[in-house]
Every structure is written in C-alpha cells, then in structure tokens.
Design a binder for this molecule. Structure first.
Ligand code: THU
Length: 160
C-alpha cells in the first residue's frame, strides 16, 4: 500500500482588474448571461459564458422547472448551446458567476459535479485544455484545465 497525494494548482484573484483581460471579458459575458437566469424555485441565479477557439462566446444561464429535475445548470446550458450551434469548434474557456437575487456573490461560484463531467467531455473532444474561471466579487479562481477540478475523470477511454 502507498498513499498518493494530488497536487492541484490554481490562480486566485481578489478583483476583476487583476485578472487577464481575456478572462475579464469572459467574466463580463457571464455576468450578462446571468440576466437570463430563470430560477424562481431556488432564487439562485447563475450565468456562464464559453469562449470558443474561433473567438465566439456562447452564454448560458440556469433554467429551472416546476418539476425540479427538469432544470438545467448555467454551465451545461452554455456548453450544450455551444456544441449544438458550433459543432466541433473547441472550447477554450468557461466563466461562471452566481448569486441569490441576480447578485454576484463575493465568493467564487463552483460548478456542480455533473457540469464538471460535461466539461471533461468537451475538453477531450476539443483536444485542448479548457480553462475554468469561477468568479466572485471578492475572490476569483482560475483553473487551467478540467482535470484540476475533476480528478480521476471518467471518459470513453475508461470503457475500452
Ligand atoms: N446551478 C448552476 O446553474 N450551476 C452550478 O454550478 C450550481 C447550481 C443552479 C442549479 C439551480 O438552478 C440553482 O443553481 C440552485 O442550485
């Protein structure tokens, strides 16, 4: 038996101005996306924006339903829209913001496990790292690839 530890590194910022200008732009897109959030049941509004390799930005927001499981998170709404409308164009970055009452929370909005799995799929499909930006007004985190937020990824290679 041996104990193995993982070493994951990520960047932490304390204001949007400190961030890479391209990341700032994508965060602003996610903030715009949050305006489309329909979340009358949880009251928690999430916005996401995906940057594609060709420079296209696709926005998404969480969409809830009276039948709760029929709802969809902002990140998957954005990624599915990106893949459906721009098939085969690799995804380079994804920014996420969230907060109650259409506010942006001070702490970063971290994606759920199901959304991380979908990120993994599109990163593999695109063949390049997918940068994840979790934004909060007082703290933001930037991860350079999906493995850093989803270790031991299940992908189709696991099935072979
Ligand atoms: N939500 C997202 O849109 N993204 C996440 O990463 C976490 C949660 C949504 C789902 C639901 O509409 C609301 O936030 C509360 O969970």
């Amino acid at each position: 038996m041996k104990t193995i530890s993982l070493d994951i590194s990520y960047e932490e910022y304390s204001s949007i101005e400190e961030m890479d200008p391209r990341d700032q732009d994508l965060v602003r897109e996610a903030i715009e996306a949050q305006k489309g959030s329909y979340a009358p049941y949880s009251g928690f509004n999430v916005g996401a924006a995906v940057l594609l390799e060709d420079g296209t930005v696709v926005r998404g927001s969480n969409q809830e339903n009276a039948a709760y499981p029929s709802s969809l998170c902002a990140e998957r709404t954005a990624m599915f829209a990106a893949s459906a409308n721009h098939p085969g164009v690799p995804m380079e970055a994804l920014a996420i913001v969230g907060g109650f009452g259409h506010q942006i929370a001070p702490t970063p909005c971290a994606p759920c496990g199901a959304c991380r799995q979908v990120m993994a799929e599109y990163q593999t499909l695109g063949g390049k790292p997918l940068r994840i930006i979790m934004f909060g007004t007082h703290k933001a985190w930037v991860f350079s690839r999906v493995e850093d937020i989803l270790p031991f990824i299940f992908d189709s290679f696991n099935e072979k």
